[in-house]
Write a protein that binds this ligand. Structure first.
Ligand code: AMP
Ligand code: ZN
Length: 114
């Protein structure tokens, strides 16, 4: 998609240091880390919301979710980690290209599931 920052990162139009890349997605460091380690897993295909996913997109997202824990050294996941997907305005989604925040490397205080 034109004028999408994360598409440009994914297709190489804007250079960015990629912690990981395969045919489905890239992982980069967040420019404004909220934790000792704050990464973004960005699917190469542009869509904003989980609600927009095709069956193929959800398969790809499953592969991405399965890959993340295999990168435990690179992402420092040994002691646990948190995944966050902001969806829409109430969640404060600022980049309209689906991405998974990966937070790790320190004890996190706020547990959204409690
Ligand atoms: P969200 O608010 O869930 O849409 O998350 C967007 C994230 O992208 C924020 O955590 C930003 O800090 C991050 N971000 C924005 N621009 C960049 C950039 N140029 N490089 C890396 N991360 C970025
Ligand atoms: Zn995009």
């Amino acid at each position: 998609m034109q004028d999408c920052l994360f598409c440009k990162f994914a297709n190489g139009e804007i250079p960015v240091t990629k912690v990981y890349e395969d045919e489905n997605f890239i992982i980069i460091r967040d420019i404004n880390p909220q934790c000792k380690n704050h990464f973004l897993a960005i699917p190469k295909k542009h869509y904003k919301l989980l609600a927009e996913m095709t069956a193929e997109d959800s398969q790809t997202l499953g592969l991405i979710l399965a890959k993340i824990p295999t990168l435990c050294n690179e992402l420092e996941l040994q002691n646990g980690y948190r995944l966050v997907i902001n969806q829409g305005d109430d969640a404060g989604q600022t980049v309209p290209h689906l991405h998974i925040h990966i937070l790790s490397g320190e004890k996190m205080g706020w547990n959204p599931a409690r």
